[in-house]
Write a protein that binds this ligand. Structure first.
Ligand SMILES: [Zn+2]
Length: 150
């Protein structure tokens, strides 16, 4: 699981935020000020090892971008994934999985090409997109997923 550093606007203290907790309105560890993470938020980078545990513990719908670092369309899609993660923070967990480093989860879900996006509700796949979708299509699917909260 990736973490990222946020500088507190009140005390300038550096805070290390785990990506899977970024939606929980974290507060500064030094002065307890709350801060808005939307400017810093990053998709959750999952590994094969963490994947099922993360899914089973997720309290939000989950979208996972299965990508490979050597795939051109994956690179093209990445900025949109980052942008949508900031926008959907608190509504949908947006995660990525590097299939070159972690082929097990891709195999488990029978993913044949990258990028493939899987949409999960309560740990079950409810929707998918194979290939990089145009932004309006992806937004529509995220809205649908976010509207289906348990
Ligand atoms: Zn602070």
């Amino acid at each position: 699981m990736n973490t990222f550093i946020v500088t507190c606007p009140s005390c300038s203290g550096k805070n290390r935020i785990p990506a899977d907790r970024q939606h929980l309105s974290p507060t500064c560890g030094k002065c307890w000020a709350s801060f808005d993470l939307r400017g810093n938020a990053q998709p959750i980078e999952l590994t094969d090892h963490e994947f099922q545990k993360f899914l089973s513990q997720a309290t939000l719908p989950v979208m996972v971008d299965f990508y490979s670092p050597t795939c051109g369309p994956c690179k093209g899609l990445a900025p949109l994934i980052h942008r949508l993660n900031r926008e959907y923070l608190g509504r949908v967990h947006i995660a990525t999985l590097n299939t070159s480093l972690h082929p097990g989860s891709a195999e488990h879900y029978q993913i044949r090409g990258v990028p493939t996006l899987l949409f999960f509700l309560n740990g079950q796949v409810v929707d998918q997109v194979v290939g990089a979708p145009p932004e309006p299509q992806l937004r529509q699917k995220l809205e649908q997923l976010a509207g289906n909260r348990r």
